[in-house]
Design a protein around this ligand. Structure first.
Ligand code: HEC
Ligand code: HEC
Ligand code: HEC
Length: 453
């Protein structure tokens, strides 16, 4: 079981192949007032509706993105207010049923590629605002996206009703907590609209999230998304060196607002989440999310190895002495040291720290291998508009070399993840999309080995 509902194609957004601008607010307002529509636009950001309901290069909300599922591609639908191809004929209650219960206006069940199991927690008032926005704040787009066409028995939508019965909760009736109780507000956003658990909570055999709320310690305990770790988000005391338990609230807020902080730089599918969703949230809401995550006790994770902050690591001495170097250490000095430095800590907010880094300590090294081969690019956000880039090394390192380098990173500076083999590198390389690599051309600055550093 390596795939879950919402992954691969959303990853295309993450890789920056598509960049979407939200449409200008339309002129006609009907009965809803401007403030409510604006509120709805904000909530649509919090729910990241645009990420799934936009095809690569397509009009925002017009649908057509293929979402990989174990049973075939599920296409998102047009949720603009067009009456023929979109949701223009949806009443407010039909809209609420689609978003919170996964039931379409014609009564058919939606595939849980649409995160209604999480959205079940969205309050009535927030549904009203979202409805006002989608009816009056979004321009109708008269386009029919590709229709989902799974083979038998997965085309039998009634079967989903059974799945829903087992794996989803009744929709909420409670009002959304406001700013006066930040932890409650954070819980509401994380469990509900933010649908953070759809990536960060492990999936069971029926691809259901193992937990939909924090009554269960599986909630946000980390999951493997097609080889890329969505780390544990349980930030409180518990297991030292596990995920974000070493991050302060301010550092969590900074990461969600800008994709970077003293510990990490965003990559993989989280890039799109930050670019289109969390970087647009208010400081108060980000603070609430951080306060909430810090209340969840950290747990041992199947997907991530704890980092040992107290390890007496001689990695830095080894690198600066430049004697007795393993091949991995030598490669690091030649290709990585210039930006990430001998102490592995880089330069905060510019070159991310590799020490205790979740991507490096992931049980599955695919995300790390991918980053070394293809490079990475930080998203542009309102608070950190510059796009920082790391070059890719696919063009100049063999599978064996990348494996040795990755093993060095996973065992240096107190990191304690298992080694990487050349076969694992070959597998990631064979899936690499040449368009994705951030530097397939030799980069003049880094083309010359520079072992004297
Ligand atoms: C992780 C991907 C994902 C996200 C995020 C997402 N959706 Fe969806 N949504 C889908 C998919 C896929 C479908 C179609 C499922 C199917 O055909 O069974 C869908 C269907 C719908 C439908 C039914 C439309 C119809 O054609 O009848 C509505 C309404 C909807 N989504 C609204 C929203 C809103 C509002 C948000 C944000 C709060 C949102 N969605 C966020 C994936 C997503
Ligand atoms: C579409 C899948 C997806 C969704 C939805 C998602 N995340 Fe993530 N998240 C990821 C992945 C993948 C990573 C790893 C990023 C990397 O390797 O750089 C990540 C990383 C993170 C990190 C950094 C953790 C670390 O140890 O480095 C934080 C914090 C985070 N996410 C918070 C959130 C919050 C809060 C939400 C909900 C508002 C959320 N995420 C929703 C996929 C997702
Ligand atoms: C030109 C400067 C530069 C060089 C050289 C460089 N990096 Fe990076 N690296 C960056 C930047 C900038 C980022 C942040 C980009 C991002 O994650 O989106 C980054 C990100 C990373 C990450 C992801 C960290 C995270 O928190 O997700 C890893 C792992 C990494 N680099 C390892 C390496 C390795 C190994 C090498 C040598 C083969 C290397 N880097 C060479 C600048 C560089």
């Amino acid at each position: 079981m390596s795939r879950s509902w919402s992954q691969v194609s959303v990853g295309m957004l993450a890789m920056g192949l598509v960049s979407v601008a939200l449409p200008a607010v339309a002129q006609e307002h009907g009965s809803s007032d401007d403030a409510q529509i604006e509120r709805g636009a904000y909530l649509a950001r919090a729910g990241d509706c645009v990420a799934c309901h936009t095809a690569p290069g397509g009009t925002p909300f017009a649908g057509g993105l293929a979402i990989d599922s174990p049973f075939g591609a599920i296409y998102s639908t047009n949720i603009t207010p067009d009456k023929d191809h979109g949701i223009g004929n949806y009443s407010r209650d039909q809209f609420a049923a689609a978003v919170r219960q996964g039931v379409r206006a014609d009564g058919a069940n939606l595939y849980p590629a649409m995160p209604y199991p999480a959205y079940a927690k969205v309050s009535d008032e927030d549904i009203d605002a979202l409805y006002a926005y989608f009816m009056h704040g979004v321009e109708p787009v008269s386009e029919q996206p590709t229709k989902t066409d799974l083979s038998f028995p997965f085309n039998q939508r009634w079967g989903i009703a059974l799945w829903d019965w087992f794996f989803t909760d009744e929709p909420t009736t409670a009002a959304a907590p406001g700013g006066e109780d930040p932890v409650a507000r954070g819980r509401y956003l994380v469990e509900g609209l933010g649908h953070c658990g759809s990536c960060h909570t492990p999936r069971g055999l029926a691809y259901q999230s193992k937990a939909l709320d924090d009554s269960d310690s599986d909630f946000l305990s980390g999951a493997n998304l097609n080889g890329w770790l969505a780390p544990a988000l349980r930030g409180g005391d518990g297991v030292a060196g596990m995920g974000i338990s070493d991050w302060s609230e301010e550092e969590i807020v900074e990461y969600l607002a800008t994709g970077r902080n003293a510990h990490a730089a965003v990559g993989g599918e989280m890039t799109s989440v930050i670019e289109h969703s969390t970087s647009h949230l208010s400081d108060d809401d980000l603070q609430a999310i951080a306060a909430y995550l810090k209340t969840l006790p950290s747990v041992e994770s199947d997907t991530q190895h704890a980092f040992d902050a107290t390890a007496d690591s001689d990695t830095e001495r080894q690198l600066t002495g430049a004697t007795d170097l393993s091949e991995g250490a030598e490669l690091y000095l030649n290709s990585c040291n210039a930006c990430h430095f001998a102490n592995g800590k880089g330069a905060p907010r510019v070159f991310p720290s590799l020490v205790g880094n979740s991507l490096i300590n992931a049980d599955d090294p695919s995300g790390l291998i991918h980053t070394i081969l293809a490079g990475a690019e930080l998203p542009s956000t309102p608070k950190a508009p510059e796009r920082l880039m790391m070059p890719g090394f696919a063009w100049r390192m063999s599978d064996e070399e990348v494996a040795n380098l990755a093993t060095f990173l996973r065992q240096g500076w107190g990191n304690q993840a298992p080694g990487v083999s050349a076969d694992q590198v070959a597998a990631v390389r064979s899936e690499l999309d040449p368009e994705e690599t951030h530097s397939s051309q030799p980069d003049p600055v880094y083309a010359e080995p520079n072992a004297s550093e």
